[in-house]
Write a protein of this length. Structure first.
Length: 315
């Protein structure tokens, strides 16, 4: 019963991988048919949309990546829905990054982009929905951290990655079909592995993704790749960040998240004029930095010394 929700092909693979039972698909199919067992996939009615014919693949690996997020009961009906963020290469069907989060978030897409940069390099183009996480929408809020154009799009702009958006789901059919496959396979694999937490899901993906690509992706021609070399790790950490503008006070400190900070350069305090505009960088690893005139400074929390104001009592 542990394979009850697996389609026949997936079931056949698991029999060999986990149970060491080798059986042909035709024999398995006949056995299932004799016992009146249908594949879960066959029981799902599917309607083909013929108004959007299949688009020709791009020629080069990394030339175009389709990115999206899928809300689903990934951990089963006894757990709330969570979001799987992902990107797939248009030329090879290689899934270049996957990451779970509770909502569709900047953090989710940053983690996907981190995997891409570390494993493959800088792609040429992202192709995705017209959502605020990827496109500019005027934000009247003073909270710059919530303006996603100043975050993901800024990051892509600094990397030289173009973002193309579409409002038609069928236009990014590769990743839409990927979600269908993953909602079938990955969900069952997570259940089989008894994964129940968000942290466990992302840990599981590290093992799952290479196997998935080996099974479904086309061969990669690295000699004709559109990916270019990624920056060093410390630069990636600063690029995948949340930036915001602040002004220094009279004591050269700045306020951020209800705390005060001072900037240091090689352990030497950086002194600013009052009301100097600076950029706060909340890096990918959650470390805080200050940027001023294209120079990066370390930020340390400023905790004022409490003076002893207690009066001496007369004897």
């Amino acid at each position: 019963t542990k394979y009850i929700d697996f389609n026949f092909i997936h079931f056949k693979e698991k029999l060999l991988e986990n149970e060491k039972i080798k059986i042909s698909y035709s024999v398995l199919y006949n056995l299932m048919s004799l016992n009146q067992i249908k594949s879960p996939r066959k029981q799902k009615l599917r309607k083909k949309d013929k108004s959007h014919p299949l688009r020709e693949r791009h020629k080069y690996f990394g030339e175009l990546l389709q990115a999206d997020a899928s809300e689903h009961l990934w951990l089963g009906i006894n757990h709330p829905k969570i979001f799987l963020h992902g990107a797939i290469d248009d030329a090879t069907n290689t899934v270049v990054g996957l990451y779970f989060d509770y909502q569709e978030t900047l953090n989710g897409y940053y983690n996907v982009l981190y995997q891409i940069l570390k494993n493959y390099g800088i792609p040429m183009t992202f192709y995705t929905d017209k959502r605020t996480i990827f496109t500019y929408q005027k934000n009247n809020s003073k909270n710059e951290e919530k303006n996603t154009f100043n975050q993901f799009s800024r990051c892509c702009n600094e990397l030289g990655v173009e973002i193309i958006t579409t409002s038609i789901p069928q236009a990014k059919g590769r990743i839409e079909r990927l979600w269908g496959t993953l909602q079938d396979r990955l969900k069952n694999e997570l259940g089989l592995a008894k994964v129940t937490t968000l942290e466990e899901t992302n840990k599981f993906l590290k093992e799952f993704l290479p196997k998935f690509n080996k099974h479904f992706a086309l061969p990669i021609d690295y000699n004709n790749s559109a990916f270019v070399d990624a920056p060093e790790s410390d630069k990636i950490n600063l690029l995948l960040s949340i930036t915001s503008t602040r002004r220094t006070d009279n004591g050269s400190s700045i306020s951020f998240a209800n705390k005060k900070y001072l900037a240091y350069d090689n352990k030497k305090l950086k002194v600013f004029n009052s009301k100097t505009n600076v950029t706060i960088i909340n890096a990918f690893d959650k470390t805080l930095y200050l940027k001023y005139e294209n120079k990066i400074y370390n930020l340390l929390e400023y905790i004022p010394t409490v003076k002893n104001t207690e009066k001496t009592l007369p004897k």
